[in-house]
Design a protein. Structure first.
Ligand code: HEC
Ligand code: HEC
Ligand SMILES: [Cu+2]
Lengths: 529, 286
């Protein structure tokens, strides 16, 4: 239906334009090339961009109110992705870069489906929203100098430059966006904005290469608190080479690309016994699996601006017990009154889909400070074939087994029959604890592999479905406003060869990937309204 | 009466000019000295054609109490304040005079000397000095940091291009300009949420900012009829009609009181965020 409407509009637009062109030919002087391009750009824009950026380019499209950051308002010509100085207009190439690549970490997708010509037209049309373009000389890129090269010495020098420049005030010592000023940051609309998590380079708006980050540091990101470092460099606080080294340091903080999606958490046998907590050195040698999380957008109230975007999971077993370590970045150790203002702003900024916002007391403080939380779910009954319960905490027919943790009550277990139906299982033997340090939670969970009283049985060599859910309390995430993953598998490796499970695993891999597609599709559909 | 006022204003002229930070040739010989040469505009003024506008921003009644600012995150800055600690600066009243009112000719100016000299904005003990600055369009604004810690200077105009520059040490200077008139341009530091300044940009040198005692003075105004507008961050704007006669002083006084708190305050293009409902409504106040 949606496609139909778009198609119709698109055709109508083209027809109208065609008519206009004919009129123009017969009567008035021909449209200038610029006007032609703008008119063609409008057709593409109205079809693909207006839903978010709004028909008049003010960033107020029908889908905008549930997003953070909001779509850009083109009328002010505030562009983050530039090669020009702070406050300057972007070059055409800069705008093209943003359209082609999208802005990772936001809802702004890349547009590989558009032709070069269509993007040219779009650029002309986007610029026509703002009176700033066309005034004065064309914007010129800054001189970025040349990269003196990376390597351990450069990274070390870059780490020192990070401290000299006091980047940690916003981004935190770890770079995870947990600096002292982080809870108070606002974009140019007064909406709350995160100091970027520099350890997850793949979600940086302007790209994850050393050059990208170097450029962003010198240009700043207009419309956000991220300042340009150019005057500090020109005043000699750091040298041009040190700014490059700082970019190499940032690039060393984590993987540049999103870790490849893997379906199965392989839980190896710990020969030297299980680690007793999440801090033990032994974990360093254990393979970590990354699972991306997306906002829960299937049931109301939906979450289009999820705070937790991924979890790292590691596992070990010793034949009788299983231990898991789950780590994720969250700049706030909720509940934390330092983040009250942030929580209030998020509550006010987002369309909560009819959910009751957290009320404020007379002094303006929130009346509730939700905890951070994570939940692991497994099928309640041993799975048969590739059948798995509904990924949003099961349903009445097929309940799920839950391992729950939140920063107030700690670890527990429960039986889930859907997102709003959880029944605690008091006698469950799962134990564990979590610690928060410099913007990262480390959760340690432990349980015996086989328990008589329940159906959860991690038999060696038999893959067990597993899915995740997460909440950031300080971002007012409670109940259904969470981050979710699709189903994956956890597999306790038997001591000997593992070839036995290859065939069923392959089958499950396929369905797992399909599950992710489903989540994405559900998300897109909801977003389309 | 008149001459009494004249004396008082003359004595305060330097203060007002300083508050305006050498805005154009607003009568300050210091601005000319700073630029290292006599400004062409100042040289061109024929005293037989110009007069002065002077006056007060008077504050009557109860003075609203300013909230204390929690600067504990920056001990170095907090140490710069007395026992009471730092207070918000939005309403500063001293002996019935209201400081930080930006007063400028909003109508009647035809032609004006080009901007000359530089205006300065400093960051001292995690505050902007001055809190309200007037500049002429195209005039250099030298922004410096006297604190040996990180500030970012984030200017968010709507008629002009903004900027956002970090100054992680004392001694860094950034030079910026606004090309067109805009009253006012908000300036803030994202590291220190309490740091806020306003820059009034007009396309002539006939402006001033009221000093600590509430007085202001605008010199070298060509004889004629004008509208004078006074802008304050809490009390919004007021206007007055003035006639300037060559060689004389015209007086324009603005009256304020606490009941005017919360008035609509025009910003270059203010975005009013309405909480209360789930959605934030963004609208222009102008
Ligand atoms: C699903 C919503 C969505 C759609 C559809 C969308 N955008 Fe965006 N776009 C965004 C958001 C959100 C941002 C701002 C991200 C931020 O501020 O970090 C953005 C930012 C931009 C920017 C600004 C980049 C910068 O430098 O700041 C450009 C240019 C842009 N979009 C162009 C387009 C074009 C062209 C289209 C259509 C082909 C389009 N967008 C479609 C959501 C969308
Ligand atoms: C005043 C707070 C503040 C300071 C100081 C600051 N940043 Fe940022 N930075 C931000 C914010 C906020 C963002 C996110 C902007 C966004 O999401 O659009 C950001 C984003 C970034 C990005 C990601 C750019 C992208 O493409 O998304 C990089 C890289 C970065 N900062 C590096 C640095 C470095 C290095 C320093 C020190 C030289 C620094 N920042 C200082 C607030 C700050
Ligand atoms: Cu500051």
């Amino acid at each position: 239906m949606r496609v139909l409407r778009r198609g119709t509009l698109g055709t109508l637009g083209t027809l109208a334009l065609g008519g206009f062109a004919i009129l123009a030919l017969s009567a008035a002087p021909p449209l200038s090339a610029q006007e032609d391009a703008a008119a063609a750009g409008k057709v593409v824009y109205d079809r693909w961009c207006a839903e978010c950026h709004g028909e008049t380019g003010q960033g107020d499209g029908s889908a905008a109110a549930s997003m953070l950051p909001r779509p850009r308002d083109f009328t002010q010509a505030l562009y983050q992705i530039r090669t020009t100085g702070s406050g300057q207009l972007p070059t055409d190439a800069d705008i093209r870069f943003a359209i082609e690549n999208g802005l990772p970490g936001t809802t702004m997708p890349g547009w590989p489906n558009l032709t070069d010509g269509e993007i040219d037209d779009l650029i002309v049309y986007l610029k026509s929203f703002s009176r700033f373009f066309g005034q004065g000389p064309a914007p010129e890129p800054l001189d970025f100098g040349s990269d003196p090269g990376g390597g351990p010495a450069a990274i070390e020098a870059g780490a020192a430059a990070y401290l000299t420049m006091l980047c940690e005030e916003c981004h935190g010592l770890s770079g995870r966006g947990d600096g002292t000023s982080a809870p108070t940051l606002e974009d140019w609309r007064g909406l709350p904005i995160r100091a970027a998590d520099l350890t997850e380079a793949w979600v940086l708006n302007g790209g994850s290469s050393v050059e990208d980050m170097h450029t962003r540091m010198l240009t700043g990101l207009d419309g956000t608190p991220m300042p340009s470092a150019i005057d500090a460099m020109n005043s000699g606080v750091v040298s041009p080479d040190e700014v490059w080294q700082l970019a190499h340091y940032l690039a060393s903080l984590g993987p540049r690309e999103m870790p490849p999606l893997r379906e199965v958490i392989r839980v190896g046998r710990a020969e030297a016994g299980l680690p007793a907590d999440g801090e033990e050195e032994a974990w360093a040698g254990v393979e970590a699996f990354y699972f991306p999380m997306s906002g829960q957008v299937v049931q109301l109230p939906r979450n289009f601006a999820p705070a937790v975007d991924g979890l790292w999971v590691q596992g070990l077993h010793d034949g009788s017990d299983i231990a898991l370590r789950v780590q994720w970045n969250d700049p706030s150790n909720s509940p934390d009154p330092n983040w009250d203002e942030w929580q209030n702003k998020i509550t006010a900024a987002l369309d909560l889909d009819g959910a009751e916002p957290i009320a404020l007391d007379s002094a303006g403080a929130p009346t509730a400070r939700p905890p951070d939380a994570v939940l692991l779910q497994f099928p309640f009954e041993p799975p048969e074939g590739t059948d798995r319960p509904y990924f949003l905490m099961g349903d009445a027919r097929e309940p799920v087994y839950l391992w729950t943790w939140d920063s107030e009550t700690g670890v527990g277990a429960g039986r889930g029959r859907g997102l709003d139906s959880v029944e605690p299982l008091g006698e469950d033997p799962v134990t564990g604890e979590a610690t928060w340090e410099e913007g990262r939670w480390t959760l340690y969970l432990r349980r015996s592999i086989e328990v008589e009283s329940d159906g959860l049985d991690f038999a060696e060599g038999a893959p067990m479905p597993i899915a995740f859910q997460a909440w950031d309390g300080s971002s007012a995430e409670v109940g259904k406003r969470s981050s979710v993953s699709t189903w994956y598998y956890i597999l306790l490796e038997p001591p000997a060869s593992s070839t036995v499970v290859v065939t069923p695993l392959l089958a499950m891999l396929l369905t797992g990937a399909f599950g992710l597609v489903l989540v994405r599709r559900a998300q897109d559909r909801r977003r389309d309204g | 009466m008149r001459s009494h006022f004249w004396n008082r204003s003359a004595a305060l002229l330097a203060v007002a000019a300083m508050a305006a930070c050498g805005g154009g040739d607003g009568g300050s010989s210091e601005a000319a000295d700073d630029a290292g040469e006599a400004t062409p505009a100042a040289a061109a003024v024929d005293p037989s054609t110009v007069g002065t506008i002077s006056g007060m921003a008077n504050f009557g009644g109860m003075v609203p109490t300013m909230e204390a600012i929690d600067m504990s995150a920056e001990a170095e800055c907090a140490a710069g304040y007395g026992a009471d600690g730092p207070m918000a600066q939005s309403v500063l009243v001293s002996e019935g005079g209201l400081a930080n009112v930006f007063v400028y000719l909003s109508e009647g100016v035809s032609g004006a000397p080009a901007a000359s000299g530089a205006a300065t904005l400093d960051q001292v003990n995690c505050r902007y000095t001055p809190h309200v600055l007037g500049v002429q369009s195209g005039q250099d604004i030298e922004i410096s940091n006297s604190d040996n810690l990180l500030h970012n200077i984030n200017a968010t105009p709507t008629e002009n291009r903004g900027f956002n520059i970090s100054q992680p040490r004392a001694g860094i200077t950034s030079t910026q300009r606004f090309q067109v008139a805009e009253v006012m341009v908000p300036v803030r530091c994202d590291v220190h949420g309490w740091m806020q300044a306003y820059i009034g940009v007009v396309d002539h040198p006939y402006f001033a900012v009221t000093g600590a005692d509430g007085s202001y003075s605008i010199a070298n105004v060509p004889a004629g009829d004008y509208t004078l507008t006074a802008w304050h961050e809490e009390f919004g704007t007021q206007t007055a009609n003035v006639t300037v006669t060559a060689g004389e002083m015209a007086v324009a006084t603005f009256d304020y009181n606490a009941e005017m708190m919360g008035a609509e305050v025009p910003m270059g293009d203010a975005l009013v965020l309405e909480h209360g409902t789930n959605r934030i409504r963004v609208e222009r106040t102008q």
